[in-house]
Design a protein around this ligand. Structure first.
Ligand SMILES: [Zn+2]
Length: 305
């Protein structure tokens, strides 16, 4: 029978880990000097903070590994408890990064309010973006930045490889809200070259949960297999990025709310591709799917009017 670990074995293992931890602490202390009060309580002294967290300095890399190992040890020990309280607090290095982000945020808010005093009071009242952006989660494709827009100008949904699966509650909810409530005028599905999701779908490596998500891209790949045949790896990746945009535009067009908005108020759906190497977006030709008629959905109320 597998899985049961006797208490005595757990105790011995824990003792062994404790001894290892103490030995490491001694080693660390001899390298950094004796522990100061600050070093144990979260480092109020910036010099100690640097030494402990590895923000800078010659010993930073080793210190980080030490801290990481310590956390791993704690996690392993606690795995055998019925329940455990987290033994580590936020690492001081993370705190510094977050402090920096908050400082930058405050500076940005101040600068923006100075240049555009009406913006924040208007945004506090509500939003009326004209564009819905369906993009990739990739950090290199931040829609507001690359479109040079301000807060309030674009409603956004981003996921791995800018997909719109027919059963994804999150993206479908965004789509419905944007079309029916916000009444956006344009939907832009934007893919990007060098997309990690698309590249993963071109390979065969087991990645875990994400494999289920990538299946949607694999289906696009399967559909366009002939067009991808014989191309170099980079060409295959670029073309699959484009084919995927075309297919996701088609997926948007299969949505009943979208069809209705196109008919009633001229909503437009566009396919774009972004070049992470140049910062430019290009418009993709997205031909209508030959089976589009199958997905036509009419509102019965509209029929009666
Ligand atoms: Zn991507």
């Amino acid at each position: 029978m597998a899985g049961f670990w006797p208490f005595s074995a757990w105790k011995a293992k824990r003792k062994e880990k404790k001894q290892r931890s103490e030995a490491k602490a001694k080693l660390k202390e001899s390298a950094l000097g004796p522990k100061s009060k600050e070093s144990t309580t979260g480092a109020k002294n910036p010099d100690n903070l640097t030494n402990i967290t590895g923000v800078a300095g010659a010993s930073s890399k080793n210190d980080y590994s030490y801290q990481q190992q310590q956390q791993e040890d704690d996690a392993t020990s606690n795995a055998h408890l019925e329940y455990s309280v987290p033994t580590t607090t936020m690492a001081a290095a993370d705190k510094t990064v977050l402090d920096d982000l908050l400082t930058r945020n405050k500076e940005w808010a101040q600068r923006t309010a100075e240049t555009n005093p009406a913006l924040f009071p208007a945004l506090a009242v509500g939003q009326s973006p004209k564009i819905l952006w369906l993009g990739c989660s990739d950090s290199r494709v931040p829609e507001t930045t690359i479109l040079d827009l301000m807060p309030g100008e674009v409603f956004v949904h981003r996921n791995i490889a800018n997909m719109l699966p027919a059963t994804d509650l999150s993206s479908l909810s965004v789509l419905q809200y944007a079309v029916e409530v916000l009444q956006v005028q344009h939907i832009i599905v934007c893919g990007h070259y060098a997309c990690g999701g698309v590249n993963a779908a071109l390979g065969h490596k087991k990645l875990g949960l994400i494999d289920s998500w990538l299946r949607g891209i694999r289906e696009v790949r399967a559909k366009y297999e002939k067009q991808l045949e014989g191309l170099s790896q980079k060409e295959q990746s670029d073309r699959l990025v484009e084919f995927n945009v075309i297919e996701q535009v088609r997926s948007v067009l299969k949505n009943a709310n979208v069809q209705e908005a196109i008919e009633e108020r001229g909503l437009e759906v566009h396919g774009w591709v972004y070049n992470v190497g140049s910062g430019e977006c290009n418009v993709l030709e997205c031909p209508e799917s030959p089976d589009a008629h199958v997905f036509k959905i009419k509102n019965p109320r509209a029929e009666l009017e």
